[in-house]
Write a new protein. Structure first.
Length: 82
């Protein structure tokens, strides 16, 4: 069993985040505009679905692995922010 973790976007992902998705998570973080009003940045949640890593940002952005093991960025269609 693998446990997930949470962290704030823009921070270095924890060691528990597999290298296979780390680069795409960091790319998403770089694409998030800064907030001049000082609002907190959204947080990531790392879980494992059938042994595959799945990182979801509170905004509904999802980084996961496709069937070939490539990291892909998508959006949770059930998220309230959609």
């Amino acid at each position: 069993m693998q446990l997930g973790t949470r962290w704030t976007s823009g921070d270095e992902p924890p060691a528990a985040v597999p290298d296979s998705i780390r680069g795409q998570i960091q790319a998403v973080d770089r694409a998030i505009p800064g907030d001049d009003l000082g609002q907190p940045r959204p947080r990531w949640t790392l879980t494992f679905l059938e042994g595959r890593p799945l990182a979801e940002l509170e905004t509904g952005v999802v980084v996961s692995l496709d069937a070939e093991g490539n990291a892909v960025v998508g959006h949770d269609p059930d998220d309230d922010f959609a």
